[in-house]
Design a protein around this ligand. Sequence first.
Ligand SMILES: Cc1cc2nc3c(=O)[nH]c(=O)nc-3n(C[C@H](O)[C@H](O)[C@H](O)COP(=O)(O)OP(=O)(O)OC[C@H]3O[C@@H](n4cnc5c(N)ncnc54)[C@H](O)[C@@H]3O)c2cc1C
Length: 385
Amino acid sequence: MEFALSTDLELLKKSVREFAQLELAPRVEEMEKTDRTPMDLVRKMGGLGFLGVAVPRDLGGAGMGNLARMLLVEELARVSAAIAMSVQCAHFGIASVCDGGSPAVRDKYLPPLISGEMICAVGITESAGGSDPTGNTTEAVENGDHFLLSGRKCFISNSHVSEIAMIVAKTKDTPQKEFTAFLVDRQFGGFKPGRLEKKIGFHGCTTGELILESCRVPREYMLGREGQGLQLALKGITEFGRTGIAAMSLGLIQASLDAAVKFANERVLYGKPIGALQSIQFKIAEIHADLEASRLLAYRAAWLIDRGRRADAEVAAAKFYCSEAALRCTRKAMEIMGAYGCIKEFPVERYCRDAQLLVPADGTNDIMRIIAGRAAISAGKTGRK
Ligand SMILES: Cc1cc2nc3c(=O)[nH]c(=O)nc-3n(C[C@H](O)[C@H](O)[C@H](O)COP(=O)(O)OP(=O)(O)OC[C@H]3O[C@@H](n4cnc5c(N)ncnc54)[C@H](O)[C@@H]3O)c2cc1C
């Protein structure tokens, strides 16, 4: 068993950390106030190779795999969970173009998506669907060499800053409904952002509706095969969305630990730093243990994906464990800081608000427990480990 990261991964982590501290940290306050995505930073990250980190080399990326992507998202989230969310959703969008795009679609869109000139959203959720995407009503009606897409997607990350989106729509309304994925471009007309949500956290990552009104999508913009839309979406959510949320959780836990330790060393009570109090040491020990346990679950899930293995249950376990550890740890960091923890001048209240959004995003933690629980029960029945 090898716990050390390779030199390439260490170098990547270091360069993302430097970028986050030098370029991103000074912009966080502005993002908190305006809730706008700093697109100039997205383009800079594209220029540094952050958006194409997991894109295979033959498609113009760095081909570093999912563990590399998780380390990158974790380092960004340590400074801004909002930017980490924007970037990890962009990775998911890029992956769906890589996985399902025709050669023409890949040639047209991958270069600007990797360079950060363009950002791609992923539109699966609808108010009629949520955890049950088979309830979704957005439809794609075949019309010669086009499909006409109509419907309304909700809670979509990057909704108001993306030029294109992967959209899953119903292509057959029979009892055995059929869903197909498409890449939809604003240039087609009939495709626009709708309501912009006001969230408790992730300020600086837009979340909102995407509206399709008889949007004419050429057949060659279908991603994957007809009827395979939910499978393509589920693969992307598992390998990119949920691992991304786990990585963001790690960044938030690490940031909370950093803030709590700094505070424990600086705040003096009874003539000593509060770090000398056992109750503070206990909380810091718990945050540290949660961070280490979360990292093992998350990195192992990425490691499996990088070896071409199905890791649905491992990813689900990592998603719910890490995001709930982030909830616990951000709150503990706030408690360590007493009243200071509740003051906006200190970042831990932001970490706490951001952590809450990790629970429903990319599939709620109830759904993650169902996936992980069923797999464990089935492994117990068959004797597989
Ligand atoms: C910050 C954020 C960003 C997001 N970004 C995107 C995006 O980019 N693209 C996208 O398509 N979607 C996105 N989503 C939507 C997200 O995927 C959905 O919120 C999620 O799938 C859950 O759907 P829902 O919110 O409608 O909850 P519902 O499905 O309505 O669930 C309500 C409650 O019922 C529980 N529940 C549902 N089914 C079961 C069950 N079978 N057993 C037990 N309990 C159950 C849930 O756990 C939850 O507690 C985002 C959400 C958030 C919060």
